[in-house]
Design a protein around this ligand. Structure first.
Ligand SMILES: *[C@@H]1O[C@H](CO)[C@@H](O)[C@H](O)[C@H]1NC(C)=O
Ligand SMILES: *[C@@H]1O[C@H](CO)[C@@H](O)[C@H](O)[C@H]1NC(C)=O
Ligand SMILES: *[C@@H]1O[C@H](CO)[C@@H](O)[C@H](O)[C@H]1NC(C)=O
Ligand SMILES: *[C@@H]1O[C@H](CO)[C@@H](O)[C@H](O)[C@H]1NC(C)=O
Ligand SMILES: *[C@@H]1O[C@H](CO)[C@@H](O)[C@H](O)[C@H]1NC(C)=O
Ligand SMILES: *[C@@H]1O[C@H](CO)[C@@H](O)[C@H](O)[C@H]1NC(C)=O
Ligand SMILES: *[C@@H]1O[C@H](CO)[C@@H](O)[C@H](O)[C@H]1NC(C)=O
Ligand SMILES: *[C@@H]1O[C@H](CO)[C@@H](O)[C@H](O)[C@H]1NC(C)=O
Ligand SMILES: *[C@@H]1O[C@H](CO)[C@@H](O)[C@H](O)[C@H]1NC(C)=O
Ligand SMILES: *[C@@H]1O[C@H](CO)[C@@H](O)[C@H](O)[C@H]1NC(C)=O
Ligand SMILES: *[C@@H]1O[C@H](CO)[C@@H](O)[C@H](O)[C@H]1NC(C)=O
Ligand SMILES: *[C@@H]1O[C@H](CO)[C@@H](O)[C@H](O)[C@H]1NC(C)=O
Length: 736
């Protein structure tokens, strides 16, 4: 297939001054068409610098816009990029004013225009435009960039450029660059969160406002404007010469500005790089270069390589960057695996993102191995200086470092069996549902990782405007907590304006951290600065500061300044479980309650067994369980609520519930409600997955609902019921 000229335009290069280049049009009237199997396979702009039409890729064609090059065409836009290339087809501007693509039997609109087209134009700046009968624009390619912007085009706020999958596959690839509302231009791997933990490059500009934009001028200047049109950062300076400029999110994750010189005879020369977001020799620093469970290493050339750990194979051997998966039977902690042996392989000097669900302190690497082997949920552990962080799969962002070791659990042989095999037939369906439930929970956990997860690591500071305070008490040093000044917290809470709740030690306020991506926080102001307040403050810092679990409300930072003592937590937008149970219009159904119960049980299990200091939470109750924006339940220690006296009837109910449990009559508790009986049995028998045997149930009781924690066979004395004399807001107590 050759790109034979459709129309011969005689023009002189001297006529391509900027003004005319923007306005000249090659009018495409209704009834016009282009086709893969004719000499007219594209519509060119009047200056013949840009073309819209079919371009060859692989064995087929895609529809797009390109710079008509001297040897190779440079694609700057692709229609329906995720559709497979077509072997032949026609694009028609139909008489009823639609731009249609027909390939095979079907006709489908190529784009979604907001009106009926009278004519179209391939403009000389690279913009393909549809006009209505009033000559108003009803659609333009400049408003739907794929991986590139060209001079004159802007990347508006909330817009994203997504890289190609590969040079020969233009569907959505591994990387994206986003123009954020705060003015920061940030690169992330595709399908990750908009948080600094996934970002690998950013422009470092936060003063953008709601209408910030990335702009590229015809003189090659690439810069960011804020809402009021001020240049807040120039990424690349202007230059003289006759060039076509384009900025592209490249396949390798680097955002580059290219120039293509326009020769005297009107042809366009090969590209050269004018500017790039990252000057890396180590491409492994680009997050997402290697997919899940794989790690990146650099060879002698500048090409990054993806590797699978022992026990894992490439998901796609053609495209190794897509990651690795286990080549052994996946462990199923709910059902058990028979005849399977587990070993732990060590990968020296390889580190992953630390997304541990539990942290243990161990004497040496051997201790970390053992800790992982002993825990059915542990599939890998990151070991560094006695710190053993247990991980679930998938692992992300693996690369080479000099200081750490990854321990990976590998299974051999074995078949998945049901532990209650004699009763297999009877409970099979129930188990499947239970397993399905677990899978759902795990899936939602994974989804969560990419949607809800909030970070509080030190590197967050790179994105925040708020500098870190230098003097911190010794006990805080190891905790990865962020230190704030009082002024900063006053500013992020709008002078402690919105009160979320109050406890005996002070009030909790809502705040907003202006990060690369903003996020909401809860700031607790410890007001009683007597000794008791100081102790409360330190106790919380020491206990919660060291915990790290999805089902515990997270402490992000603190402020110690003069007499001020403040604690900063992640914000839980959906209120407390008590609200959900007692006040919501639609209280949670059985499935929700089970899910919440499991969440809480996980949190308790972590406190009791897995975090470095065993912590007993003496006051689990619905008021102290908060729901985040994804309705994940998290145990908290601070109320949004004034202390409520536990009613006598509540105490009696608790006794009754405990009695029912002891006598195996839990079904009494769920009353008439349709519940999955086998699941209830399983929960009763042994929640299985939680070896501390913390059984949590949310039971409806006539006229009220109650969250009940039934804690049996615990390795340490734990109070099952709230102590009546305890009238302080819930706290974590440290085991002495
Ligand atoms: C394109 O069509 C519009 C409206 O029909 C007309 O005003 C304009 O002059 C045409 N331009 C060219 C280059 O033919
Ligand atoms: C394409 O152009 C060539 C020469 O210009 C001509 O011989 C051929 O018939 C044309 N093909 C079609 C399908 O128009
Ligand atoms: C043109 O494209 C071909 C195939 O994609 C490639 O092999 C060649 O290196 C390119 N030439 C230039 C000058 O970029
Ligand atoms: C950008 O996205 C944010 C969050 O989704 C939204 O609040 C804001 O209104 C959007 N801004 C524009 C200009 O669309
Ligand atoms: C990230 O931000 C962009 C721009 O605001 C938005 O389109 C996208 O949906 C966001 N992604 C996530 C996962 O929130
Ligand atoms: C291009 O990559 C996408 C995304 O991985 C894949 O689904 C598609 O099959 C690929 N297309 C071709 C033609 O290889
Ligand atoms: C844009 O930047 C100018 C100059 O720095 C500043 O005066 C103006 O307030 C900024 N606008 C916004 C909306 O931040
Ligand atoms: C956004 O800014 C651009 C120029 O910086 C301006 O043309 C546009 O009207 C602005 N949009 C809004 C909604 O303020
Ligand atoms: C860049 O633009 C400025 C102001 O428009 C001009 O003074 C300067 O000469 C230009 N630089 C180049 C290299 O063209
Ligand atoms: C235009 O000139 C360049 C060098 O100046 C040359 O490489 C190219 O082949 C020429 N193209 C045409 C169509 O003459
Ligand atoms: C990349 O390196 C070049 C030359 O060393 C330098 O001019 C440019 O500023 C660097 N760019 C970045 C983003 O570091
Ligand atoms: C390796 O990955 C870690 C975690 O993602 C990251 O902090 C570190 O900067 C990376 N190191 C290199 C050399 O890329």
């Amino acid at each position: 297939m050759t790109m034979a000229p459709l129309l011969i335009f005689l023009f002189f290069l001297s006529s391509i001054d900027k003004a005319t280049a923007q306005t000249q049009r090659s009018n495409i009237t209704v009834g016009s068409s282009i086709s893969t199997n004719s000499n007219s396979s594209y519509w060119a702009s009047t200056t013949r610098l840009f073309a819209f039409g079919f371009y060859p890729i692989g064995d087929g064609f895609m529809v797009g816009i390109w710079i008509i090059g001297s040897s190779n065409n440079t694609i700057i836009w692709t229609a329906k990029r995720d559709d497979p290339p077509i072997s032949s087809g026609t694009v028609l501007l139909s008489t009823d004013g639609r731009l249609l693509l027909s390939s095979g039997e079907s006709d489908s609109p190529l784009i979604d225009a907001s009106g009926i087209a009278s004519y179209a134009s391939m403009l000389d700046n690279g913009n393909f435009v549809l006009y209505n009968s009033d000559s108003s624009i009803i659609w333009q390619s400049f408003n739907f960039p794929t991986d590139t912007i060209v001079a004159g085009q802007r990347l508006e706020v909330n817009w994203t450029l997504l890289s190609h999958f590969s040079e020969t596959n233009h569907s959505i690839g591994r990387f994206r660059i986003v123009m954020h509302t705060d003015g920061n231009l940030v690169s992330y791997p595709t399908a990750t969160t908009n948080t600094s933990r996934d970002a690998y490059w950013h422009s470092g500009t936060w003063m953008g406002g709601s209408n910030a934009s990335l702009n590229l001028d015809t003189d090659g200047r690439l810069y960011l404007l804020n809402s009021t049109g001020f240049n807040i950062k120039t990424l690349a300076e202007n230059r003289t010469g006759t060039f076509i400029f384009r900025a592209t999110m490249d396949v390798d994750g680097i955002f580059r500005l290219y120039s293509h010189q326009i020769e005297n005879n009107g042809s366009v020369s090969e590209k050269s790089i004018v500017w790039q977001s990252l000057n890396l020799t180590d491409r492994c620093e680009i997050k997402g270069t290697c997919g899940p469970n794989s790690y990146c290493t650099m060879g002698d050339d500048i090409v990054p390589r993806c590797n699978c750990p022992e026990g894992f194979d490439f998901v796609d051997s053609q495209h190794m960057f897509r990651g690795c998966e286990e080549n052994f039977i996946k462990q199923d902690c709910g059902r058990g695996t028979e005849g399977m042996t587990w070993a732990v392989a060590a990968l020296e000097n390889i580190y992953w993102e630390d997304d541990g669900y539990a942290l243990v302190w161990v004497a040496n690497e051997e201790g970390c191995k053992q800790a992982c082997l002993d825990d059915c949920y542990c599939m890998a552990a990151l070991f560094k200086d006695g710190r053993c962080s247990k991980q679930k799969l998938p692992l992300r962002y693996g690369n080479r470092t000099n200081f750490a070791t990854t321990l990976i659990k590998v299974g051999r042989g074995g078949t998945v069996t049901d532990p209650t095999s004699s009763e297999v037939r009877k409970t099979k369906i129930g188990n499947e549902i239970f397993v399905a439930g677990l899978v759902l929970i795990i899936c939602s956990f994974i989804t969560l990782l990419s949607s809800c997860y909030l970070v509080y690591r030190r590197k967050v500071a790179v994105y925040g405007m708020i500098p870190e305070q230098s003097s911190t008490p010794a006990f805080i040093e190891e905790m990865n907590l962020r230190s704030f000044t009082h002024d900063q917290l006053a500013s992020v809470t709008d002078n402690f304006k919105e009160e979320l709740g109050r406890g005996s030690f002070g009030k909790v306020y809502k705040g907003f951290l202006p990060n690369g991506v903003s996020r909401t926080i809860a700031v607790k102001k410890i007001e009683k600065l007597a000794e008791e307040g100081e102790r409360e403050f330190e106790a919380e810092m020491k206990t919660i500061g060291r915990t790290h679990h999805r089902n515990l409300v997270r402490l992000i930072g603190f402020c110690i300044e003069g007499s001020h003592r403040l604690l900063v937590y992640e914000y839980m937008s959906n209120g407390s479980l008590a609200d959900f149970l007692f006040k919501a219009e639609a209280p949670p159904d059985w499935n929700d309650r089970v899910r919440i119960a499991l969440d809480v049980a996980r949190g308790i299990h972590y406190l009791h067994e897995e975090c470095e200091t065993h912590i007993i939470h003496c006051d689990i109750k619905p008021h102290n369980i908060l729901m985040d924006e994804c309705w994940i339940a998290k145990i908290s220690d601070f109320g949004r609520h004034v202390e409520i006296e536990a009613a006598e009837s509540e105490i009696i109910l608790l006794d009754w519930v405990y009695n029912c449990f002891e006598h195996g009559k839990l079904d009494k508790l769920v009353g008439d409600e349709e519940v999955e009986k086998t699941m209830l049995e399983r929960m009763q028998m042994d929640i299985g997955v939680f070896r501390s045997s913390v059984v949590m149930l949310v039971v409806p009781i006539p006229d009220t609902m109650l969250l009940m924690a039934l804690q049996a066979r615990l390795p340490m004395p734990v109070q099952q019921r709230p102590r009546r004399q305890r009238r302080r807001p819930l706290r974590f107590l440290q085991e002495d």
